[in-house]
Design a protein around this ligand. Sequence first.
Ligand SMILES: [Zn+2]
Length: 179
Amino acid sequence: MDRYAALVEALRAEIPGFQIIRKDCSRLHRAIHKALVIVTFGRMRSYLDSYQTTIGRTVYVTCDWDDWPPDRRYVTLRHEAIHLRQFRKYTLVGMALLYVLLPLPMGLAWFRARFEQEAYAESIRAAAEVWGCDFPRGAAYREHVISQFVGPSYGWMWPFRRSVERWYDQVLATVETVR
Ligand SMILES: [Zn+2]
């Protein structure tokens, strides 16, 4: 069994009701996509084709998900597993309030940034596990992750680049000491 299949099995045991569903088949996600295009002034158009999204016990995936190599799916699912646990801890209503609205829905979304920092830290650890420690140390991956926080993808959730860079490098430091 590959790492991805093993993780799916472990999550089924850990989160009863856990499922993976295609995002483009979901009316809810098509509605979210339209709303995001509007509130980000057209800057976020890739919600349906480039982002996996967890709500409650369901991970909604892009239509090309099954074509991804298992290791890539594994790294992404490690990130989404953090969100599954956040939903279990804070409940659907709690997450909707904290993740979407507080303190601001865009530009200063402290809780969203905290939730995503927890999940992207797991992405960094999983990437190091699969592709080696040097992978998350590379400039391209670092910039990719940092731009998620400071750019339009998540509504400019934490636009303070220096603090996001500091956070990233702190996570990297723990990856290096573990290995
Ligand atoms: Zn996330």
